[in-house]
Design a protein around this ligand. Structure first.
Ligand code: FMN
Length: 195
């Protein structure tokens, strides 16, 4: 399916574990013909290179229509006047979550998220941490109350993934559908089949 004519999606990758989700998310959106603009935090780059290796990291960068530097506070996402369909922070660190929950715009990711909240546009945070302390839990509630959706990196296993790539792809596909796009071929729950 092609999603022609949709506004771009803004993807931010921060330094939590889970770069494999971002890579699969990008692949699915690319297949849909969806334009994606990307911001990667310094820690996001470090952890991505560690987890999906240089090839995976470069593939992610190559799939983006535009890549902004996280310290470029003059880039388009820093203004509420820019047009985006949605912003997804995948994965989202507890540090970035805290900055968004409390409105500290210390880099372009925080500032863009703040703009999405003030403009009442869809902002989806995919936090990854375990265990969660009370600050983490409070910050998730604060961000949700300000208008963000909290979509934790908690993959389901009912699709019976054969490997971690299939697991990450299923999670990423569900996230794409959460944005309102349709992912053909996504495994769907169809009840329990008696054998
Ligand atoms: C290998 C590695 C894994 C990490 N995993 C997580 C994580 O799952 N969740 C988290 O909140 N922080 C994690 N961190 C710590 C963050 O990267 C760190 O707090 C960083 O300052 C976050 O900056 P950012 O939000 O700008 O990306 C990890 C760091 C490293 C080096």
């Amino acid at each position: 399916m092609k999603n022609k004519g949709g506004e771009p999606i803004l993807l931010a990758v921060t330094g939590a574990s889970g770069a494999i989700y971002s890579l699969n998310f990008m692949k699915i959106l690319k297949d849909l013909g969806q334009e994606v603009h990307l911001i990667v935090s310094e820690a996001g780059e470090l952890v991505s290179r560690l987890e999906i290796k240089e090839d995976g990291y470069q593939a992610m960068i190559q799939m983006a229509h535009t890549v902004y530097k996280a310290d470029d506070l003059a880039a388009a996402p820093a203004s509420g006047s820019s047009r985006w369909q949605a912003m997804v922070i995948l994965p989202c660190t507890m540090g970035t979550l805290a900055s968004i929950a409390h409105g500290f715009s210390q880099n372009l990711i925080h500032r863009a998220a703040d703009c999405f909240l003030k403009e009442r546009r869809p902002l989806v945070l995919v936090p990854r941490e375990a265990p969660l302390n009370r600050n983490h839990l409070r910050n998730m509630l604060l961000a949700e109350e300000a208008g963000a959706s909290i979509y934790p990196a908690m993959p389901g296993f009912y699709s019976q993934p054969k490997d971690i790539d299939e697991m990450a792809s299923f999670f990423a596909g569900r996230l794409v559908e959460f944005l309102g796009l349709r992912v053909d071929g996504l495994k769907r729950w169809d009840g329990i089949i008696e054998r």
